[in-house]
Design a binder for this molecule. Sequence first.
Ligand SMILES: Nc1ncnc2c1ncn2[C@@H]1O[C@H](COP(=O)(O)OP(=O)(O)OP(=O)(O)O)[C@@H](O)[C@H]1O
Length: 770
Amino acid sequence: MSDSREPIRNSQAAEQRYLDDVIQKIRRAEKKAQSSIDQAETDKQSINKQYSEEVRLNFGDDGTSLETALSIHQQQQMLAERENSWQASNKRLTILRRLIGNPYFARLDFQEHGEPKKETIYIGLSSFTDKNDKFLIYDWRAPISSIYYDGKLGDVTYQTPDGEQSVNISLKRQFLIKKGQIDSMFDTTETIGDQMLLEVLGEKSSTQMKSIVTTIQKEQNKIIRNTKADLLFVQGAAGSGKTSAILQRVAYLLYRYRGNLTSSQVVMFSPNQLFNDYIENVLPELGEQNMVQMTYQQFVGRRLPNYTIINPAAQFEVPQTETAKKISRVKTDLKFFKVLQKYSRLLETGGMFFRDLKFQDKPYITKEKISEIYYSFNENYHLANRVDATKERLVQLLNNRVQPELHKSWVSKQIENMDQEQLQAMYSKADQEFNSSDDEYNYLARKIVTSSLKPVNQGINRMRFFNINKQYLHFLAQVPQLLNLSDYGLTAEEWQQELAATQERFKAHTIELDDVSPYLFLFDLITGKRGDRTMRFVFIDEIQDYTSFQLAYLQFQFPKAKYTMLGDLNQAIFTSSDSRSLLSRVQKLFDRDKTEVVQLTRSYRSTKQITEFTRAILKNGQKIDTFERIGDLPNAIIRDDQDELAEHLLAQLKSNDERKITTAIICKTKRESEIVTKFLQTRDYPVTMIRSENQRLAAGTLVIPAYLAKGLEFDAVILWNLSADNYADEDERQLVYTIASRAMHRLTMLAENELTPILANVPAQLYERQ
Ligand SMILES: Nc1ncnc2c1ncn2[C@@H]1O[C@H](COP(=O)(O)OP(=O)(O)OP(=O)(O)O)[C@@H](O)[C@H]1O
């Protein structure tokens, strides 16, 4: 076989022969890995066997119990070693099996500066070396692989952990390999040839997102390999691969910091659970474990198990009043975050609300007493150490209360009423002896008192003596003094009404999402919580849907992490009004020098026709470039009668089915989705309605409310009831853009009477009216 360093093999047949050879080597490695797994299993069994025999021999002989324990310990250690080697071999085996069908996707020929010889390398999902440790495949995340994604032919530089390297690239070849056979190969002078992308993008959607490792674009590569920025802010058009790029980035970081970074130190905040399910296979496909994944609401909600969080803005069922929108602007502002910090400092000298610590339903340590202790420390005590000192004193106080309780009647009564069995349970030994009956009484009484006081002790440790609800309401009441409400167009009276409403909601055990973060932040400030300092990377997808307050709060929660924020200001559907200044608002939270902004402008998801149409919906939108993938013009069907429209819906679905593309019908609300689903069911057309984010995406036609369609994509999209009265508000422009941009190959709009005025500015030649 020829040496891989020689730049040869220019025909597909020659490449196939080389590929066959590599596959053969992988197969050999696979066999080896399998046999070391078998060996580890056999070892495990024989250790287990030996262990159970030894334990059996020693059983019943008291003298050997220490020996037995030692031997058990030894066995366990041996088992753990075998287990580790078993796990390592298993992981290797999984990787090798993945490589067998598709070992690599690219070849590079290059010459390092100053080196006489040209080199040829192949790039795949994972690295693979032959028995002489020569790299037959390089991991796509290796430093050298970067030039495949980054540069054109000729002189290029790439980053290594030791600094910059320069090379001259003479060949860049891409392969489509299926089941060990080269389907096609292209040589390219560009970064990644459009031809390859076209093949990949022409594929059908599925309920699971795919990895883009073979066709990562230069701009995306920048996002993936960035390790310097504290804040990496990505603005990307719909379908420009933001989500795809960050998943690749997680895989890259796990590789780059292998040994120092685990997947539990990476967290990703995503728009909803449905989306989490949609992306859950990408990292495992890349041979990595999934990071921690949650929605913001899940993140904060787990700390408020007794409250129902309500988010009136999120489902578009009930329009928000103007005043509600203004109040929301106050509560979600970064200024509100700062005002809360200021308020918390005022609490160092007074104004904290406490609750009685109760025992047997009566105040045991009164709130007045707690307040006296809390404010007895000098002014050098800040909130965090004030609470620690208070807790300490309260525990002391509680301990001092044990002795006086011992002779109270509730204790003696309890002892008198105990039967023999209960008494036995109180002794530490079956035949425990006492010098006198007084001693015995004291022993029992002490046990009873300390165990009865345990809940009080717990209340101290869990800081239940703070009255957070009252404190939060007090804070809200102070806001007019701390902030200029008229800047938000609000009167003191409107604010007062909001305060009363918040109080009512507390009574009903509900809390609005806008209140949740300030409420928890206040709690954290008072109790001196400092956030999770072990989290290293925080990813926030769909950043435009986060409020400034939430972002500041996340930063407070993960103070040591590097942040990657991705979003599309064009798709701000929950925070519409001031999303445009988002970057400048986020910027305030990070050092400007350590912030990098990357723009992704090319939309890969949709055909050229769909991208041109959706782009025209936006007014003053961010830049969007189309990708040259040709398809049908979007079509709009407008009828006076809803029944007739429903027939068109059915006809469009059938036409999509004939083309073997799957359709999602996106409705504005859940209520509308139900109506559409019922209609289709009465016509025996099989559909799945997505009612909540906890459901799974199913194959086949879906009906889905708009707020759950975030971040997803479908072959074909039908926008139901895009009529003037259903989408009347200019505020909904970004919503229409967001849902229309979910379509990959086909977009249809249905409207009763008249199409929404939001589309009035879209040129007639960009879609077909029927
Ligand atoms: N480099 C690439 N190679 C192949 N496919 C790509 C590439 N980048 C993106 N895509 C594809 O484009 C589609 C959109 O990508 P993705 O969902 O990551 O975009 P997004 O920017 O997060 O979109 P949105 O903001 O609209 O949710 C996906 O099908 C993805 O596989």
